[in-house]
Design a protein around this ligand. Structure first.
Ligand code: NAP
Ligand code: GCO
Length: 262
């Protein structure tokens, strides 16, 4: 049956930073497609609250608290998941932060923190999950890239550098691991309504109006707009898709935009 191509029944999916925002939305979609869900966050309190929210939506979730940049904690958690829950078939490297500061004013510590979480975190996670996937000759990894994997904008130098690097890390992982039947791809969301973009999305904020005018779809993305891309890149339907960044952006990367008076 053609639907089987997109079924995740019998698969275990680990999503990092999945207590809210895009991570929770993607995790929920994978669960609705049949996956057993394992979610992570750096905050124990947020994870406990999120587990209740998942449960209220009828989704049983295994929760693991760890910092994706802490290699010891990551290895311990992944070994525990593999031993006690089962093989991690799908990894979504979603956890990430942003700092919006003009580069000349950006502290080195902020630069390093963004690169550490947004780029080194996916490296650490993928390295330790990938070892198991290589043994099994099977796996799906999705890296949460960004429009800033392709374009820059004022104040997000560290984030753009990290997400640009994540795009290339995705391609390199696809290169190294394709022969082990592991597909590594990215999802590149456009501008989505989450807590991360809340500061630039308030009504009347010039950036809010700019994004709506700059996006052919004429709106901010809703986290559920990522469901199809996440299920596709996690399922058999994408078994010959490797090293691809799937942009879900309402068309913003397709256009130079139009004059404001049109
Ligand atoms: P968000 O609301 O800020 O959520 C990010 C999540 O990552 C939070 O749950 C956060 O946990 C977690 N996290 C941060 N540092 C962590 C660490 N060291 N270890 C484990 N978890 C950590 O962001 P979002 O808007 O949902 O975005 C999710 C991903 O999509 C990010 O990678 C972001 O760069 C990317 N993205 C977002 C957009 C957008 O428009 N929103 C567009 C393109 C790409 P705490 O809350 O406990 O800190
Ligand atoms: C910003 C936004 C973006 C989005 C996303 C766009 O300040 O420009 O936060 O970076 O988060 O990455 O794809």
């Amino acid at each position: 049956m053609i639907q089987e191509l997109f079924s995740l029944k019998g698969k275990n999916a680990l999503v990092t930073g999945a207590t809210h925002g895009l991570g929770m939305s993607i995790a929920t979609s994978l669960a609705k497609a049949g996956a057993t869900l394992i979610v992570n966050d750096i905050s124990k309190e947020k994870l406990e609250n999120a587990l209740k929210e998942y449960a209220s939506n009828g989704i049983k979730v295994h929760g693991f608290v760890f910092d994706v940049t802490d290699e010891v904690a990551v290895k311990e958690s992944i070994d525990k998941i593999e031993k006690e829950i089962g093989p991690i078939d799908i990894l979504v490297n979603n956890a990430g932060i942003i700092k919006r500061v003009p580069m000349v004013d950006m502290e080195l510590s902020d630069w390093e923190l963004v690169l550490k979480i947004d780029l080194t975190g996916p490296f650490i996670m993928s390295k330790h999950v990938g070892k198991y996937m290589i043994q099994r000759r099977s796996g799906k990894i999705i890296n949460m890239c960004s429009m800033m994997s392709e374009l820059g904008r004022d104040t997000v130098s560290a984030y753009a550098a990290a997400k640009g690097g994540l795009k290339m890390l995705t391609k390199n992982m696809a290169t190294e691991w394709g022969k082990f039947n592991i597909q590594v791809n990215g999802i590149g969301p456009g501008y989505f309504a989450t807590t991360q973009t809340a500061p630039i999305r308030v009504d009347g904020h010039p950036f809010n109006d700019f994004i709506i005018s700059r996006t052919p779809a004429g709106r901010w993305g809703d986290p559920e707009d990522l469901s199809g891309a996440a299920i596709f890149l996690s399922s058999k339907a994408s078994d010959f898709v490797n090293g691809h960044i799937l942009y879900v952006d309402g068309g913003i990367l397709a256009t130079i935009g139009k004059p404001s008076n049109e």
